[in-house]
Design a protein around this ligand. Sequence first.
Ligand SMILES: *Cc1c(COP(=O)(O)O)cnc(C)c1O
Length: 242
Amino acid sequence: MTDRREQLAENLAAVREQIAEACRDAGRPLDQVKLLAVTKTFPASDAILLAELGVTDFAENRDQEAAPKAAEVALALPDTPVRWHMVGRMQRNKARSVVGWADEVQSVDSPRLAAALAKAVAAARTHGRRDEPLSVLIQASLDGDTERGGVPLSGLLELADEIGRSSELILRGVMGVAPLSMDPAAAFALLSKAAARVRSDHPTAVELSAGMSGDLAAAIRQGSTCVRVGTGLFGYRGLASP
Ligand SMILES: *Cc1c(COP(=O)(O)O)cnc(C)c1O
């Protein structure tokens, strides 16, 4: 077996090259696209290795897995600032815990979840456990099938206004996943247009989180500012993964 650090370094270089090539193709500056390393199902040791290789942003989709992993990374690298992003469907009763480890929640898809997060941030502020508001992205559902999370495009602006009224949340943008039933380029074009509408009402909403290992080039062509890469960095996830 090859050394894990070497393997991750190689994968990281390949993913960065893919991002760079897509940016060149799209005529966009490289620094407009942030890389989020999606560590779900992979151990904290992998996140630590990647952080040592210069990756600053990590994402998880389950609170139960993310909370201890983020804590382990912080313990191992006390002087390395890393940011954690929640990108999975979450229940409102997890808001308190998620606010404890996440710097950003990209999967806000209902006013009730937004309200629960705002309340958790307020409580954390009261207890001195946090002084910043929470950055959030609205997850949009491009095919209207909300089973996998996301607010239908028809509800996007209303949810954006709702979040905009909260002093505990900062609306940073829109996140989406290309549905299997759609051509990724068409899906991301639709998402990009929706994100632009949100941005015109909410100037802080500059982020478009779009693109994963298999479709990041298409997403970057449509204006993605944040790609979420798991498989491309860490390899295939086991069958037990969500
Ligand atoms: C797992 C996951 C990813 C990463 O997917 P890969 O295909 O492994 O790159 C991106 N976004 C979300 C929301 C995910 O749950």
